[in-house]
Design a protein around this ligand. Structure first.
Ligand code: CIR
Length: 355
């Protein structure tokens, strides 16, 4: 069982969360009875319930509030994860995620052939490398090893994916800032990730791989071990998706990824489980975007998520939105991307109709 200090932090954090007005899935699903049952458990890696809930305990404005400190946590704390996963993804506790199926990227067209609405398109997926725990349980040594293993494989990519790995350690700060501003590189974790202890030992083990054109990128050591990203200007989802799929397949021949028999690919955040695929566009919708509540309602109808232009938990700067598929679990990779494709087609159709 966890030591007294951890148990005390859990007890105090739980009391405070109960008294708060948090609408997080954590607060909703961690009942007193469940809390008492889970607080004494530990994973094989030595993580406890505190590692799972600390972000939600600290930030009452969390949507979700939990992270998995290691792969085993999804099993040991399944009584908490399962109802949260069910509510977020519509994926029940006995549902099984389908086998990997990228589908045919060629069937996805340009969403905005006249370049009127979509500034850029991005598709990403997350992968955890077998043999390593997730962020809060990573040591300096593990970060270094993981980065070494990943960067060696990435440096060997060929064709359109060929590029260079750059570690964050000793990176020129101005260059780094430029990469962040241009939306290539991740920022140093947001407050949710910091509270989840996923920014420890920063910048050790963190870095970015970029191909020549900066249309294929891999983040190493950010929220997940790997974030494999394809992006380009305009709305050609098919092209963007294909480049990611081909890249993931190449990397997957050299690295072994963690996959759960029921939950698919495992990620640090339960919202990314299963396919881990997030397909998004940066889009301007001046008419239907005038009323944010209405835009959110519309997004909900098509299983889309609306974020501000600077990423999660940010507001829209200039009337542009980052719109993506919300569901990633219990559907295939192709279905996840296709859901975003059809939802956005509808949104653009409505925008046209009202203009
Ligand atoms: C939260 O609970 O709000 C953060 N831990 C992020 C969760 C993933 N993002 C999301 O649902 N939009």
């Amino acid at each position: 069982t966890p030591d007294a200090d951890v148990l005390e932090k859990l007890r105090r954090g739980y009391e405070r969360l109960q008294l708060s007005s948090s609408t997080s899935l954590l607060r909703k699903h961690l009942t007193r009875e469940l809390f008492d049952r889970l607080k004494v458990k530990m994973t094989q890696h030595g993580s406890s319930l505190l590692d799972v809930v600390q972000s939600g305990f600290q930030h009452y404005d969390s949507n979700v509030g939990v992270y998995a400190p290691d792969a085993d946590a999804y099993s040991v704390f399944s009584q908490l994860f399962d109802p949260i996963i069910a509510e977020y993804h519509g994926f029940g506790p006995t549902d099984v995620h389908p086998p990997l199926d990228w589908g045919n990227p060629g069937t996805l067209q340009d969403l905005d052939p006249e370049n009127k609405y979509i500034r850029s398109t991005r598709v990403r997926c997350g992968r955890s490398i077998a043999g390593y725990p997730f962020n809060p349980m990573m040591t300096k040594e593990l970060y270094k090893q993981m980065e070494k293993e990943a960067s060696e494989v990435l440096s060997q990519l060929d064709g359109v994916h060929a590029g260079k790995y750059e570690t964050l350690r000793g990176m020129n700060p101005r260059y780094q800032k430029q990469l962040i501003n241009d939306h290539y590189l991740f920022k140093e974790g947001d407050r949710f990730l910091i509270a989840a202890k996923s920014c420890e030992h920063w910048p050790i083990g963190r870095g970015i791989f970029m191909n020549e054109d900066k249309t294929f990128l891999v983040w190493v050591g950010e929220e997940d071990h790997l974030r494999i990203i394809s992006m380009q200007m305009g709305g050609h989802l098919g092209e963007v998706y294909k480049r990611m799929v081909d890249g993931v397949n190449k990397i997957g021949r050299k690295l072994s990824f963690v996959r759960h028999p029921r939950l698919g690919f495992l990620t640090f955040c339960p919202t990314n489980l299963g396919t881990t695929v997030r397909a998004s566009v940066m889009i301007r919708l001046p008419i239907i975007g005038r009323d944010m509540a209405q835009l959110e309602a519309l997004a909900e109808r098509y299983n889309l998520q609306v974020r501000g232009s600077e990423g999660e938990h940010t507001a829209s700067a200039d009337g542009s939105y980052d719109i993506s598929n919300k569901r990633r679990l219990g559907i295939t990779e192709f279905q996840a991307v296709h859901e975003m494709y059809s939802g956005l087609r509808e949104m653009i159709y409505l925008e046209e109709l009202r203009s």
